[in-house]
Design a protein around this ligand. Structure first.
Ligand code: SF4
Ligand code: SF4
Length: 228
């Protein structure tokens, strides 16, 4: 999932100052699942923004808090927000950067404010309360060859053909020996699966043009208008 983290409150207060009305929009997708951006968080943020105004003795803006199914789906966002957006001076999004940009496009010219910082594509380990980056969306997945462990993302140097000389006792030299060396993990994973033949396979340099920005897949021809 896409891992997001709420911005510091004073940053959110600063971006929302002087507004007369504000629509806070949560997202029931990734942001909600990791309890950063769902309806409950939208309601909490509404209360905090109202309290901040009261404490400062300033006029409280009209604030409504809602959550929508997915902010990153253009049609879902347009259907949910088009009936509301004209009533508010700005929208505070609790989605990821994709959600914020989708809302920005479908809700022109309403001002859009991101409440979260988007961190990475990762796994949520609920038992440890930890988020771990696992994929860099390189555009050409090689996990079959690497025992299900991504060297692009989990090796600090994104090496493709085994460990560098810096690994020590299975730990990576980058970051002070805190992280496991991805290539030791890959070796062990392939060994457990009786596929060490894949470990010795030479992998040519990756074609980073496949992950050049901005990327698109499918859709209409350029000159055809995509309706919201
Ligand atoms: S190789 Fe790594 S970065 Fe590329 S798609 Fe697979 S998991 Fe993601
Ligand atoms: S020690 Fe391992 S994980 Fe760290 S940079 Fe070298 S190969 Fe990559």
């Amino acid at each position: 999932m896409i891992i997001v983290q709420q911005k510091p409150l004073n940053e959110i207060f600063e971006m929302t100052k002087n507004l007369k009305s504000l629509l806070i929009v949560g997202c029931d997708g990734c942001a909600s699942i990791i309890q950063v951006g769902g309806e409950r968080q939208a309601q909490v943020l509404k209360t905090l923004l109202e309290m901040e105004k009261k404490v400062k003795g300033e006029e409280t803006p009209v604030i409504k808090a809602i959550s929508i199914l997915r902010q990153c789906d253009r049609q879902v966002a347009a259907t949910a927000l088009n009936p509301l957006r004209e009533d508010y001076e700005a929208i505070l999004s609790l989605g990821c950067g994709v959600g914020v940009q989708t809302i920005s496009e479908v809700c022109k010219p309403t001002l859009i404010i991101p409440a979260n910082d988007t961190k990475f594509l990762g796994m949520h380990d609920t038992r440890k309360g930890k988020f771990q980056e696992l994929c860099s969306a390189c555009g050409e997945c090689i996990l079959f060859e690497t025992g299900g462990i991504c060297p692009i993302t989990r090796c600090a140097k994104s090496l493709l053909n085994g460990p560098c000389g810096g690994q020590s006792k299975g730990k990576c030299e980058v970051g002070g020996g805190k992280n496991d060396c991805a290539w030791i993990l890959i070796f062990n994973s392939l060994k457990d699966r009786n596929r060490l033949d894949l470990f010795t396979k030479f992998r040519p340099p990756k074609d980073y043009r496949l992950s050049g920005h901005p990327r698109e897949i499918g859709g209409e021809d350029e000159d055809q208008e995509v309706s919201s």
